[in-house]
Design a protein around this ligand. Structure first.
Ligand code: 5AD
Ligand code: SF4
Length: 529
């Protein structure tokens, strides 16, 4: 178990500081047994079965061993009725990867006989699928655990689980063992397929079961998934080898492993057959897809080219790393068809010096050049991005570089964040002399610039006819339908609910900052926007 880093800027500032050391005091833990299958300990009267636990040092390593692809049935017959008549709730935090993992977890639980509910009082199993990317995401999870403690007191048979990226962190697992011993299961991102066994183990032993793998393990195909709606996510790869200095993901998600192209293609074909209208191919860095194949040469560009041959109206992907975004991919995307005109291209900072400290492996000029190439090759492309402000030591001038880059590119939208130190990452020990007030001011200015750009881009849409995939009723007015253009702009228009799940043409009549309004038109040709 690691010690907390005393040089962390968060700790030094004193503000919002977390002293993790108290979670590493296991003097009150009694080891009951220990063998090759794990160890049993007792903390504060709770027996804990640690099958495997997270280890930051091991998570850092990138082994050369081949990743196996396993095809099979992960829910054995004897576990298929264990949840009959019982209900589950899963609370999901974080990114689309986590949302998609939740679909797998639901699929597994449903194969065990469990059914979903939204009513906590009816739930027999509640899982928190967590995110570790920033501290506020973690705080929300611990807040939720506090609420669930009361529910567990009222309903002792309720099974409570914590999974996802936070479960991969040593300090989080230790904190749960010390402070939230009412949790029943902790499992990580690499062994979701083990859930049926862990549920059985926790149900019958009544112990807190911990099974978190530090090494990524194999790719498991054919896991059941419970998908809803008309849009589907499809994993094309797992893990990340980029090790940007601020980011916890390479530790929580392991090394890059690509799914075999034939498996991805078969899954997308099947989704098309089922009537899905859109797929989003998922990976932490989709541009690295295929680089780990040793027997074939097949890139992300090749995969996208093969996607064009599948009869599904829209194919998206996320998320890209500018460093690996190559010309072949640009030329494939430029072919259009079902490959939509939207590229999410995280820049993180507009300053070459900051990018260097972030270890992003491209400069401001390289990024601008790439964005320009994409815009030239794909007319009407919508560019979106991720930006971090207040990286340790970011100067006013370096922040201004981000502002000028944002205005030069003219993004449709952006996810913007204040830098959050993550224990165990290189940036967490970098000297940070930027006061939080300054970081907040920068974030506000940045958000305003992005808002202005979004509005300007939307104004260019006025009077155009665009193709919209109708997703449902608008959140605030059920008489209005909401959908997305190919470039992912949100469109509101009045129409019959029968249109939900279909593609319609809409003429843009009014422009807002974050959405556009229009009127449905028939027999017209939409521009790709
Ligand atoms: N602090 C703030 N933002 C972060 N991101 C990743 N790690 C951190 C961090 N430590 C942001 C990046 C990434 C997005 C998913 O989250 O912008 O692209
Ligand atoms: Fe994190 Fe960088 Fe990997 Fe993205 S590319 S997941 S920011 S390490």
């Amino acid at each position: 178990m690691t010690k907390d880093n005393p040089n962390s800027p968060d700790l030094k500032s004193g503000k919002g500081s977390k002293d993790y050391s108290k979670y590493f005091d296991f003097s009150d833990a009694k080891v009951l047994s220990e063998d090759e299958f794990g160890k049993r300990i007792r903390i504060k009267g709770r027996e804990i079965n640690i099958m495997s636990e997270p280890n930051h040092r091991q998570e850092k390593q990138r082994g050369k061993e081949d990743v196996q692809v396993l095809y099979g049935n992960v829910v054995p017959d004897e576990l298929r009725s264990i949840g009959e008549g019982k209900h589950y709730i899963i609370y999901t935090f974080g990114c689309q990867m986590n949302e998609h993992d939740t679909e797998t977890i639901k699929g597994l639980l449903e194969q065990m006989g469990y059914r979903g509910t939204e009513d906590r009082k009816v739930a027999d199993i509640i899982l928190l699928n967590t995110c570790a990317i920033r501290e506020n995401a973690e705080d929300r999870v611990f807040g939720e655990l506090g609420h669930l403690m009361h529910l567990k007191t009222e309903k002792p048979d309720l099974l409570l689980g914590v999974c996802g990226c936070m479960a991969q962190e040593e300090n989080v697992v230790n904190r749960i063992l010390q402070k939230h011993g009412f949790v029943d299961i902790i499992f990580g991102t690499h062994n979701i397929h083990r859930l049926p066994f862990l549920v059985k183990e926790a149900l019958f032993s009544k112990e807190l079961v911990v099974d978190v793998w530090s090494k990524e393990g194999d790719i498991i195909e054919n896991l059941p998934k419970k998908r809803e709606g008309m849009k589907a996510w499809v994993n094309i790869m797992y893990g990340c080898d980029k090790f940007c200095t601020y980011c916890i993901v390479p530790f929580t998600r392991g090394k890059e492993r690509s799914r075999r192209p034939e498996d991805v293609i078969a899954e997308v074909r099947d989704l098309a057959r089922q009537g899905f209208k859109e797929v989003t191919l998922l990976g932490q860095n989709v541009n690295a897809y295929g680089k780990d194949f040793t027997d074939i040469t097949y890139s992300f560009g090749d995969l996208m080219d093969d996607m064009r041959l599948i009869d599904i109206p829209r194919v998206r992907f996320t998320t890209s790393h500018p460093r690996d975004f190559d010309d072949q991919l640009i030329s494939v995307l430029a072919k259009g068809g079902n490959l939509v005109e939207h590229v999410h291209l995280p820049v993180q900072s507009g300053s070459t010096e900051v990018l260097k400290k972030m270890s992003r492996k491209y400069s401001r000029d390289r990024y601008l050049e790439l964005a320009h190439k994409i815009k030239v090759a794909i007319p009407n492309v919508g560019l979106t991005t991720d930006i971090i402000v207040g990286f340790p030591g970011e100067t006013d001038e370096q922040f201004e570089d981000t502002m000028t880059l944002v205005n030069e590119i003219g993004y449709d939208s952006a996810f913007t964040f204040i830098y959050s130190p993550r224990e165990g990452t290189p940036a967490a020990i970098m000297e940070d002399n930027v006061p939080m007030e300054v970081k907040k001011e920068r974030l506000q200015r940045l958000n305003k610039a992005i808002e202005d750009n979004s509005r300007m881009n939307n104004e260019k849409m006025q009077g155009k006819i665009v193709e919209v995939l109708v997703e449902g009723e608008s959140k605030n007015n059920e008489a209005v339908l909401a959908g997305r253009t190919r470039s992912n702009r949100l469109v509101h228009f009045v129409g019959s609910k029968d249109l939900i799940g279909t593609l319609v043409n809409v003429e843009i009549s009014e422009v807002k900052t974050w959405y556009i309004k229009g009127e449905i038109v028939t027999e017209s040709i939409a521009v790709n926007s």
